[in-house]
Design a protein around this ligand. Structure first.
Ligand code: ATR
Length: 276
């Protein structure tokens, strides 16, 4: 029998996850169907129950349900517990297991697809919301020299730095406001804010991009994102959007569900072609 998976979100119509997982299934010979399911904003738990009743084996979770998914789980991976959010569910033995593959997807995109080791690097993470929180532990696991979290509301950045302090062995971990970036330089600058959704640009002081630095936007879309346009004019040597992270977090979820790691390069290339 064909195994059933889905992605829950609201909105969900434009999700690329069904295309990505169909490609992974074809490539690995796994017999599965993966669909997009719209859940009402106040109907996520009911949507899960209906899906499990339909025989669903696992699901991805996207905006705005990742925190609610976290609270629903009976068991959590360490990285999901740390993130306080779940993007991958597995329905096993009558219970719900939750994982968070976003951070691993980001790190894999940077380290494998973009060929940059995190070890010894000075990393700047912009934003202190859910997207940022989900990637801090995997970034720290790469043993950077420094990780600075900058946020419009600096107290939230400082709080995140405190929460993850026990994982920061060997990394100078701290948080603060954008003006505190003046005079500092970073090798990797990651945008995890939602500023571009409201058309705002980030108040980044000039000179923060070190020679050879990477600017990474967790957002993606047709053409250059506003953050990457700013980064390029401020001297970032390499720019990447979040499409690779999307494909890599999907590959992590697929590996959890099916015990087989799919190849991502061709899937990423064909998605990229549909964006241009
Ligand atoms: P997500 O789950 O996508 O991280 P979130 O939890 O609402 O969403 O967090 C949004 C992040 O983008 C926050 O860090 C927010 O900064 P504040 O904590 O100060 O609100 C940041 N953000 C949103 N709009 C922004 C803007 N116009 N300028 C700077 N930062 C912004």
């Amino acid at each position: 029998m064909t195994d059933l998976y889905c992605v829950f979100g609201n909105p969900i119509a434009h999700s690329k996850s069904p295309v990505i997982h169909a490609a992974f299934a074809g490539q690995t010979g796994e017999d599965l169907r993966y669909e997009a399911r719209l859940a009402a904003v106040d109907g996520f738990l009911a949507a899960i129950s209906a899906f499990v009743a339909d025989g669903g084996r696992g699901a991805n979770v996207t905006v705005p349900f990742k925190e609610e998914a976290y609270r629903r789980c009976d068991r959590l991976s360490d990285r999901a517990a740390r993130a306080g959010a779940v993007n991958t569910l597995q329905f096993i033995d009558g219970g719900v297991y939750g994982d968070n593959t976003d951070g691993a997807g980001l790190v894999r995109d940077i380290s494998v697809n973009l060929g940059r080791s995190l070890a010894g690097q000075r990393i700047l993470l912009l934003g202190a919301g859910g997207a940022s929180r989900g990637v801090i532990a995997p970034l720290l696991a790469g043993r950077p020299a420094a990780l600075f979290i900058a946020n419009r509301s600096p107290d939230k950045a400082q709080q995140l730095a405190t929460v993850f302090a026990d994982l920061a062995a060997g990394t100078a971990l701290s948080g603060g406001a954008f003006p505190e970036l003046a005079g500092r330089q970073f090798d990797i600058v990651i945008n995890a804010t939602s500023a571009s959704l409201s058309g705002d640009s980030l108040p980044l002081p000039a000179g923060i991009f070190a020679p050879g630095s990477l600017a990474y936007d967790m957002m993606y879309g047709k053409g250059e994102t506003p953050f990457l346009a700013l980064a390029r004019t401020q001297g970032a040597a390499q720019c990447a959007d979040g499409l690779g992270m999307l494909v890599e977090q999907a590959a992590e979820a697929f590996t959890l569900w099916r015990g087989k790691r799919p190849q991502t390069a061709a899937v990423l290339a064909s998605l990229r072609a549909t964006l241009s």
